[in-house]
Design a binder for this molecule. Structure first.
Ligand code: ATP
Ligand code: MG
Length: 222
């Protein structure tokens, strides 16, 4: 089986505006951080990985298959965009609605996912009463309950305080997923990954070990 994230000569254009151009990547590291200035193409790259954005030219494959929301989990930076049901329990259970599971199986899987993010006690709460950080944790639970091969998180810590940033960072790294991609402006978070990609003006500027890539990005931005 072909493992990993593969992009070959990918261009993405929106109404004639080029968001990504000539992106070729072969990523097999377990955890990958994506850094770069505003508008450099990070979120566009992230959305290619679950098929929400299609390449204008070139190809994208995940573990040898086309990118799809079936196998790629996705955390938006704004969790309000991901909440679809009234209560915490129902929202996580909704992620399993197209799998033919019994009520007991759903309850067990949802409870386990909520336990992983520390939200079991809030399972009957109305989602809209949660704090921003708790909503972020809920969105994570709604993803991990489906056990995706690849989880992509677009700025997962921007709404979080320091304790929850640490909590999410540790949790993301402990998840039983094949690969994890984290788009972030937090260079400390990027440094926790195995590999870092730096996007600049829609192109890959560098990809490599965190220390070297982050150091040259800092120098570039100084
Ligand atoms: N759906 C869209 N329609 C039109 N233009 C888009 C669309 N999505 C992204 N773009 C453009 O593509 C470029 C890259 O955007 P993208 O959101 O990938 O940047 P980013 O690196 O995630 O930035 P940020 O750090 O601000 O989140 C930007 O110029 C943006 O305006
Ligand atoms: Mg973005």
């Amino acid at each position: 089986m072909t493992f990993g994230i593969k992009l070959e000569s990918v261009d993405v254009k929106f109404d004639g505006h080029t968001a990504l151009s000539g992106v070729t990547l072969n990523l097999t590291a377990k955890t990958i951080a994506v850094i770069g200035t505003n508008g450099s193409g990070k979120s566009t790259f992230a959305r290619l990985l679950n098929g929400l954005v299609k390449p204008t030219s070139g190809s994208v494959s995940i573990d040898g298959k086309p990118a799809s929301t079936d196998t790629t989990g996705f955390l938006f930076s704004n969790p309000d965009l991901q909440i679809v049901m009234p209560t915490v329990f129902e929202d996580v259970a909704f992620s399993l609605s197209n799998q033919k599971l019994s009520k007991d199986e759903v309850r067990a899987r949802v409870t386990e996912a909520l336990a992983q993010v520390g939200l079991v006690e809030l399972q009957e709460s109305n989602c809209h009463t949660l704090s921003s950080g708790q909503k972020q944790l809920l969105a994570l639970a709604a993803n991990i309950v489906r056990e995706p091969n690849l989880l992509v998180a677009d700025e997962p810590t921007t709404l979080l305080d320091l304790p929850n940033t640490k909590r999410i960072t540790n949790l993301l790294h402990s998840l039983p997923v094949g690969q994890l991609v984290i788009v972030t402006h937090d260079l400390d978070l990027a440094a926790t990954c195995d590999e870092v990609i730096w996007f600049e003006a829609g192109k890959v500027k560098t990809v490599g070990a965190p220390e070297a890539v982050i150091a040259s990005y800092r120098k570039h931005c100084a």
